[in-house]
Design a protein around this ligand. Structure first.
Ligand SMILES: Cc1ncc(COP(=O)(O)O)c(C=O)c1O
Length: 392
């Protein structure tokens, strides 16, 4: 049995995904395939390193040494052909923590910040809750493939006087891995209108054959100076609860401003287990990740085939990256006379599967659900079987 086939009990572990159905409008009986963490254990070496640290028993204030940074740099070098500099790296307890601080550091209240919906929902909150103006450059769905509306982006950046773009690369939930050409066009527009770009690359390690993730700051020196790149081991190695992210800010002045804003939050250094887990993951996680990518590819084939053969009214948006799948239920809802709320109840109460409703990601023109397929194959198969039984 492959490691990832093991079904591990996650109930009664304080897991947000499993143990908080009431709080998050889910259902205890439903298979949880919503929040973006995986049902797999972290690599053995990470568990060992954290256990050693736990058993040591003294967990005083701790900081990262050069080897922490070197392991990160070497990961991005070998996996993404990009060699960031050590001094660019700021450590934060999360990517959203850093993005929210960056919104405050780089814009004034009332100024415009752009996102591209449908997109990971906390982006919108980082803008509106900080009193900035949200500008949505909605992605265009061309027969199931999402693309950037560059003409509209040009117009909005100019007319709305946008100061900051929060860019999701690879994109959650539509699964796009942006091509070099697309990235360059976005970068050019940002340089043209003096818009700083935050590239959230938390999903960068999950790409499918034929697609390569390109770190935004690797495009050119000039582009690097106009962006910050947000990364974390949390998606890649399933460490979300550990809370650690590494933010690359190549421009010295921008870095100084962001550092100051982070300081103002009262946050100063990472949790000792976060340092330990992050370092071990980037140092030893290669083989584990390679095996996981093969496994996820298998899950994707299984999902794609099942929908094609048995549930053709539910259309899969082919993901180029991430372990999240954006399912188009528009035809299904039309045929059944359902809106999104009715669909959600149907999925929870009849099919007993718990997905993330598309409206949570903002503008999407239809009826969508996001499915997290990072679970053992048998769990995915069970969910699909339940879905089919509920439909027919
Ligand atoms: C695009 C994106 N950014 C950020 C996060 C969350 O990152 P963090 O927990 O480090 O704030 C997620 C989690 O799903 C995500 O999909």
């Amino acid at each position: 049995m492959a490691t990832f086939d093991e079904v591990i009990e996650r109930r009664n572990t304080n897991s947000e995904k499993y143990d908080f159905a009431e709080e998050f409008d889910g259902d205890e009986q439903a298979i949880p395939m919503w929040v973006a963490d995986m049902d797999f254990r972290a690599p053995e070496e990470v568990m060992e390193a954290v256990s050693r640290k736990a058993n040591y028993g003294i967990w005083g204030y701790s900081e990262a040494k050069d080897d922490y940074y070197q392991n990160i740099i070497s990961w991005f070098d070998k996996r993404h052909g990009w060699k960031p500099r050590q001094e660019w790296i700021l450590k934060t307890p999360g990517v959203i923590f850093a993005i929210s601080a960056a919104v405050r550091a780089f814009t004034e209240p009332g100024e415009a910040v752009m996102i591209q919906q449908p997109v990971y929902h906390p982006f919108a909150a980082c803008i509106t809750e900080n009193g900035r103006k949200l500008i949505d450059n909605t992605l265009k769905n061309h027969n199931g493939r999402y693309e950037i509306d560059f003409a509209e982006m040009d117009r909005q950046l100019r007319e709305e006087k946008v100061r900051l773009l929060i860019f999701c690369s690879p994109h959650n939930p539509v699964g796009r891995v942006w091509s070099r050409e697309e990235l360059l066009r976005v970068a050019e527009l940002c340089l043209k209108y003096r818009v700083f770009l935050i590239s959230d690359e938390i999903h960068c390690d999950f790409t499918y054959p034929g697609h390569t993730h390109i770190p935004f700051a690797s495009l050119s020196e000039e582009i690097a100076g106009n962006c910050m790149v947000c990364t974390a081991p949390s998606k890649t190695f399933n460490l979300a609860g550990v809370q650690v992210s590494n933010i690359f800010v190549p421009d010295e002045e921008r870095r100084r401003k962001l550092k100051r804003e982070l300081y103002l939050t009262g946050y100063s250094e990472l949790n000792v287990f976060a340092l330990t887990a992050c370092q071990a993951a980037y140092q030893y996680g290669d083989r584990w990740l390679d095996e996981l990518l093969v496994y996820l590819r298998g899950n994707l084939s299984c999902l794609r085939q099942f929908l094609q053969d048995r549930l053709p009214l539910i259309r899969l948006t082919e993901p180029e990256g991430t372990y999240l799948v954006w399912l188009d239920f528009t035809d299904f809802c039309r045929e059944r006379g359902m809106d999104e709320a009715a669909l959600m109840q149907f999925l929870l109460k009849k099919a007993h599967v718990w997905l993330s409703p598309g409206s949570g990601f903002g503008e999407n023109n239809g009826c969508y659900m996001r499915l997290n397929m990072a679970c053992p194959r048998s769990v995915l198969e069970q969910a699909l079987k339940q879905l089919e039984e509920a439909v027919y």
